[in-house]
Write a protein that binds this ligand. Sequence first.
Ligand SMILES: [Zn+2]
Length: 129
Amino acid sequence: MLKRRHYHIDDIESCVLCTTQEEENIDHLIFSCQLSQHCWAKIGTSYNTNNSRIEATIRAKEKNYGTLFFEIFTFAAWNISKERNNYIFNQINPTHNSWLERTKADLNWLRYRVPTNLSDYITSIVNNL
Ligand SMILES: [Zn+2]
């Protein structure tokens, strides 16, 4: 967005989550970044460059987590962006472990907003992450 608005962004144009020097855009940050791919693999989903993101998401929904898929997908993507923002704004290095702990914490909170059977399912998901 900063680039589209012609802000001078020499130092923050490349992704801060990996060492690839790829341009930071939403596609790279959430789906194809090395750190992001590691995060998606942890929750049993993969996004490679050969498939469309929509198709890959639909396939992942069919095989992972049933009705909770989009909640888990949203937590995972949100926490990837938090890793990026923590680096940019707080100089905290992004790590897979901090993403994982934050995602587990969000899932634990989700347990209080769902029926008991889903709450137990979330507990099993968290325990297996
Ligand atoms: Zn990256």
